[in-house]
Design a binder for this molecule. Structure first.
Ligand SMILES: Cc1cc2nc3c(=O)[nH]c(=O)nc-3n(C[C@H](O)[C@H](O)[C@H](O)COP(=O)(O)OP(=O)(O)OC[C@H]3O[C@@H](n4cnc5c(N)ncnc54)[C@H](O)[C@@H]3O)c2cc1C
Length: 329
């Protein structure tokens, strides 16, 4: 590992001043559960590490009916998973946070780091492979080992987005605050992530000198129910092969409004307006849930080894829809 300068600013204003204009100049450290891996594996070698954990007031959970939920970027996943208001009012988010990695990682890992973590594609994570994301000529997954790669929205790079919390937060219409030396901006989380067709070197709109500081989530309307279901190969801890966050406003059996956001299938958390349209305004039945599940993958373009994700996505969408409709556990 190359030597680097280490700073621990006490305020967000100081922290953004420490960041550089290029990614090589400085990297942000929160819990470090992803960043330290990248450093040790030789994927990044910044001149400086800016540790946000010295900033006293950046980890918090606040809720009011009027303003909704506010999460400071340094809030740990363990705090989110166990917070009574989040468990009750934002169930999908608590379930998503609780499905991340292991209890040890959830005790250290932050929500800011969870949203900004880098992809797990094995070609990207291999120090010696210069893939498209690292300025190389091709995406090796396209004709290579692509069992875990994207079936929707991909190309020219076929990564899948790794965060479990992002789909749940998007389903709840979350917004993020971003601070840079120029000031603060607010962006819907749905617009925070970018497809490889638009940006190859990074997966979000963040520039090198920007910090994600807060996540705001509106108060869910009455009769909102939600869930996050995740299929993984190893049940003890693993990233999603396929996951579905579903947030629905129900009136009895009738679905008045619904948002469905998938994980593990696309380079960004993948919202499915096609599946939502099948369900909105209708009485939810197993048949209708199945139609919605089919609509969610209608545009899928699997690679040689990942067509199995299509029936898996359908199964998980159907199960999640029936669960929010109160028709299964
Ligand atoms: C074994 C293992 C299993 C895992 N399993 C899962 C899983 O199942 N699901 C899942 O979602 N994740 C998983 N993770 C990924 C990740 O470690 C966690 O999601 C964790 O929440 C990341 O948070 P952190 O604070 O440790 O991030 P860090 O490692 O500190 O940072 C991650 C990235 O985000 C950037 N960053 C951090 N904070 C900010 C900020 N506030 N503003 C801008 N940029 C920022 C960093 O520069 C870095 O690039 C796993 C990790 C490991 C090692």
């Amino acid at each position: 590992m190359k030597a680097f300068e280490y700073v621990k600013p006490a305020t967000v204003a100081e922290a953004v001043r420490e960041l550089g204009r290029s990614w090589e100049e400085a990297k942000i450290l929160s819990g470090g559960t992803d960043l330290l891996g990248e450093l040790k594996e030789g994927l990044i070698s910044p001149q400086k590490i800016v540790n946000l954990k010295g900033i006293a007031n950046l980890g918090y959970v606040r809720f009011s009916e009027k303003e909704g939920l506010k999460l400071g970027a340094l809030t740990t996943l363990a705090e989110i998973e166990s917070h009574p208001v989040i468990r009750q009012r934002y169930t999908a988010l608590a379930e998503a946070a609780g499905s991340v990695a292991t209890p040890q990682i959830r005790n250290i890992g932050t929500i800011g780091g969870n949203l900004c973590q880098r992809p797990r594609c094995w070609y990207y994570r291999d120090e010696h492979t210069r893939c498209l994301k690292k300025g190389g000529p091709i995406c090796f997954a396209y004709n290579g080992e692509n069992k875990y790669h994207a079936i929707l929205g991909a190309g020219p790079c076929y990564i899948v987005h790794p965060s479990d919390c992002a789909p749940a937060l998007i389903a709840f219409r979350a917004t993020v605050s971003i601070v840079s030396p120029r000031g603060q901006r607010s962006v819907p989380l749905e617009e925070f992530f970018v497809l490889p067709a638009r940006r190859l070197d990074h997966e979000t709109i963040l520039e090198p000198n920007e910090i994600l500081t807060e996540i705001q989530v509106p108060t869910p309307p009455p009769n909102t129910r939600s869930t996050y279901l995740k299929f993984r190969e190893r049940d003890s801890f693993d990233f999603a092969i396929v996951g579905a966050a579903v947030v629905a406003r129900m009136r009895g059996d009738i679905c008045e409004d619904i948002r469905i956001v998938l994980s593990g299938v696309a380079p960004i958390p993948w919202r499915s307006p096609e599946a939502e349209a099948v369900l909105k305004g209708k009485k939810i039945t197993p048949d209708l849930a199945e139609q919605a599940a089919k609509a969610a993958v209608a545009k899928a373009q699997p690679l040689a080894q990942n067509a199995y994700k299509i029936p898996l996505t359908q199964a998980i969408v159907k199960q999640a829809v029936l669960k929010v409709a109160g028709q299964s556990k």
